[in-house]
Design a protein around this ligand. Structure first.
Ligand SMILES: [Zn+2]
Length: 225
């Protein structure tokens, strides 16, 4: 019993030394793995620093004692990791909803408004629905002596680009990019955080249905366009 107690203590000390050095907002969670009942004894024995204790997502059975045990742990903890992501999505969506109704109003939604705010560098967090299926395209006139071109957001249901407003010739799609990558690149320019939001919870489904799958929490208010 004393030997195992010492072992837990050593594991706890190593974990504390390694994890306390990480910024708490970067340390998203701790998974504990081991054969029963060691992982339970370790968790309940208070061997982890108290600040780390509440970061524990759960414990799973692991049989390997070498490095492959770590892979086994991450594999076995898929449910906990999915829950963690969902929780983070929920927190950020609630923050958006709160901003939406607050007087400060640090929220924007819909592609054109969000794009406008991204271009101003006013976006803190860009929220994109995981179900978003659109492309950002460049449309150009096929008449070589005409210089008409524009950017359009299209879906697989969009009709053909039609004819040029300037000369009447046919228009063609000349460049096409997934909207998630298009907006993410814009976000990177002003160091905005990009969050891909699951639709498997109420606010996440709402982001897709009510806000066109594109929304933002702003750094400062810029007014509607
Ligand atoms: Zn034209």
């Amino acid at each position: 019993m004393i030997a195992i107690h010492d072992f837990y203590k050593r594991v706890g000390e190593s974990a504390t030394e390694a994890f306390l050095a990480i910024d708490t907002k970067d340390l998203q969670g701790i998974l504990i793995g081991g054969p029963s009942p060691t992982k339970e004894e370790f968790m309940e024995g208070g061997f982890l620093h108290h600040e780390l204790q509440h970061k524990v997502l759960g414990a799973v059975d692991v049989s390997y004692t070498d490095e492959s045990g770590l892979y086994e742990l991450v594999d076995a903890a898929q449910d906990q990791l999915f829950e963690l992501e969902l929780t983070q999505d929920k927190v950020v969506m609630r923050r958006f909803m709160k901003e939406l109704v607050s007087e400060k109003g640090l929220a924007a939604y819909g592609e054109s408004e969000v794009r406008h705010n991204l271009e101003l560098g006013a976006v803190e967090v860009l929220l994109l629905s995981e179900d978003l299926r659109k492309t950002r395209t460049k449309i150009e006139c096929t008449n070589r002596s005409c210089d008409f071109s524009e950017e359009q957001t299209r879906t697989s249901a969009s009709s053909l680009p039609g004819n040029c407003l300037k000369c009447g010739s046919a228009l063609a799609v000349t460049e096409e990019e997934d909207i998630v990558s298009n907006l993410s690149q814009l976000a990177d320019k002003s160091s905005a955080t990009v969050k891909i939001i699951s639709t498997e919870f109420e606010e996440g489904a709402q982001l897709f249905k009510a806000f066109g799958g594109i929304a933002a929490i702003l750094r400062y208010k810029t007014g509607h366009i």
